[in-house]
Design a protein around this ligand. Sequence first.
Ligand code: SAH
Length: 395
Amino acid sequence: MSKHIVINKSNGERSCGCFKRCGGCQLDKPYAEQLEWKQAKAERMLSRFCKVRPIISMEIPYNYRNKVQTVYKVNGSRRIISGIYQSSGHSMTATDDCFLEDENAQAIVKTLKELMVSFKILPYNPDSGQGLLKHTLIRVARSTGELMLVLVTASPIFPAKKNFVRAITQKHPCITTIVQNINKGNVPLTLGDRNIIMYGNGYITDELCGCRFKVSPHSFYQVNPIQTEKLYSEAIKAAGIKEGDRVIDAYCGTGTIGIIAAKNGADVAGVELNPAAVKDAVSNAKLNGLHNITFYNEDAGDFMIKLAGAGESCDTVFLDPPRAGTTEAFISSLSQLKPEKIVYVSCKLETLTRDLKLFTAAGYKAKFIQPVDMFPHTNHVETVVLLSREFAGTK
Ligand code: SAH
């Protein structure tokens, strides 16, 4: 397969020949210019609330993705090729050197293509319904070095399974677990419900900010662990957590931020809509030996309204909503819950701006705004905002 990455010898910057076709990256410019672009956008949208701090960058803005999803197909010369699935174009961009992906994962994908030939495993063809392998998902725990390979197949029958596992693990001893996921559906890059563990214990464990997190094939987990650690540290520092603080972690996913706060001594309630994420959050709390955190499986806005209705109060609220941001119901609950501090972790500037206006109207003032570059080469801007209750008299 042709190589797409060109490295500029004078400054180490890389550019990718797939840029236009793939769509995974949106910023095709030197990293320093990407940071300037993101900073300017954050300032344009947020400086009316408070001064925007300089964006926290990555030292080496490449190969940061700890989650690598790869599709396979047989090309015109009957060779197995691999690449990235474009959600927009519904087709595959052939590449095996994407500079965002983990390098061990890329090496495993190369070996998988060779093994597919020797084991006579064909990529699944959605048009004919023939073939076995729909895609692979590789997840890496950067801090522990554990690595999970998920083989997503159209049927549960995997020929010469034991020999296949032996061959791939011999070549890549970094693989700590292999899971076969059966997906009979036809939505690309999704997982089916059934997992068959082929090797190891079926999950990996990573560490962030001194806490351990279990990552299974289906778990949500941030894809850039280096920057995630910086993001969470900023959020926890902003909250200034003290022993015994009553904290809500809203939109908590697998419990990461709340667990770190609980480890710092807070009494935490985490709320999350996705039941699978809540299950992971509960086992993550156990993994960290924490008894001062409880998780609730419901809509974050409904939960806050209920708490407010029950006359509860709290010291700090973390919220890390999806791109759509939070809701008016969530924000209106604050007039009763009266947290002194709100730490908003946002992945979209437009909804953050909209919500900050509502928080301001509810009596909160932005004290600091810290952008973090979680996804170099893309146009996404992640931001931590600390809001503090303005009027002592409103307590
Ligand atoms: N804080 C976590 C997860 C952030 S992603 C982390 O850093 O890993 C946003 C989370 O919000 C997702 O897990 C999603 O399932 C959840 N979510 C989406 N809508 C929600 C709602 N209405 N109520 C509660 N959680 C919701």
